[in-house]
Design a protein around this ligand. Structure first.
Ligand code: BTN
Length: 251
């Protein structure tokens, strides 16, 4: 059920209008449904919990009360959907740091603290009435006790509540996060994407590490290609572009 609607005229595109729900299946799905009506770019769907939160690779995203679940609608070139999903990892990490968790950015867009995931992003491209939209969904383990997450997730996850002694209301976190995403998106619209990718490369803590991409691909994460791929140099010295699949950071 919708429980509120917030307007912020100071934002340029993202988060000028935000719809707040108590519970939805998935904020990405609600955002997609809203595309059937004539919604503005940057509209945010925020929910206190999700009954069927989704992660990347078809995984579930546990969404208990206390966590932050939000999606927003962008209209971009189809060719930029993947890159935007990467770039939005930067404001997420920035917001976590602002509130006291010195998170890193694991390729492609996971926020991690001491090798434990604290936030994730699911970006999905959809056509509606011949117009391409990107739905970017962000999940942050804010005010969640670790034992509220599934048992198999707990060893690899952490939460803001666990790492920081200060209580941070989701509303406050989201407000800061949306300001950062809005700034990034206006840079995206006004500068060359290569500049933003350079920033991303500088912030991506996977670069320089030994990684295992998928079966048999083990090597050093070396660079971010202009198409957003992670460039891995394998032990034989061959370069590979890695996009999707689970990426493991080796010790
Ligand atoms: C990941 O696998 O790391 C991505 C997780 C994305 C979760 C968020 S929560 C808000 C939005 N709605 C969803 O169903 N998923 C995303």
């Amino acid at each position: 059920m919708k429980i509120g609607e917030v307007h912020d005229a100071n934002r340029k595109i993202i988060g000028r209008t935000m719809l707040h729900f108590d519970a939805v299946e998935s904020t990405n799905e609600t955002a997609k449904e809203l595309l059937e009506s004539d919604v503005e770019e940057g509209l945010v769907v925020w929910a206190d919990r999700q009954a069927a939160g989704r992660g990347r690779h078809g995984r579930a995203w546990a969404s208990p009360l206390g966590g932050l679940y939000a999606s927003f609608i962008l209209r971009t070139k189809e060719a930029h959907a993947w890159l935007l999903g990467l770039l939005i990892g930067m404001p997420v990490v920035k917001a976590l740091r602002h509130f006291g968790v010195f998170a890193g950015l694991k390729y492609p867009n996971d926020a991690v603290y001491q090798d434990r995931k604290i936030a994730g992003i699911l970006s999905e491209g959809v056509y509606r009435h011949d117009v391409y939209h990107v739905i970017v969904g962000i999940g942050v383990n804010t005010n969640v006790d670790l034992d509220k997450l599934p048992a198999d997730v707990q060893p690899k996850a952490t939460t803001l509540k666990r790492e920081v002694n200060l209580f941070v209301a989701n509303e406050e976190f989201l407000d800061y996060l949306l300001n950062q995403v809005d700034d990034l998106y206006s840079r995206y619209r006004n500068t060359r994407i290569e500049f933003l990718l350079k920033d991303y490369r500088g912030q991506c803590t996977t670069i320089g590490k030994r990684v295992s991409g998928k079966e048999k691909l083990t090597g050093k994460a070396y660079d971010i290609a202009t198409n957003g791929a992670l460039v891995i140099i394998d032990d034989q010295g061959a370069k590979h572009d890695f996009f999707e699949g689970s990426l493991e950071i080796l010790k």
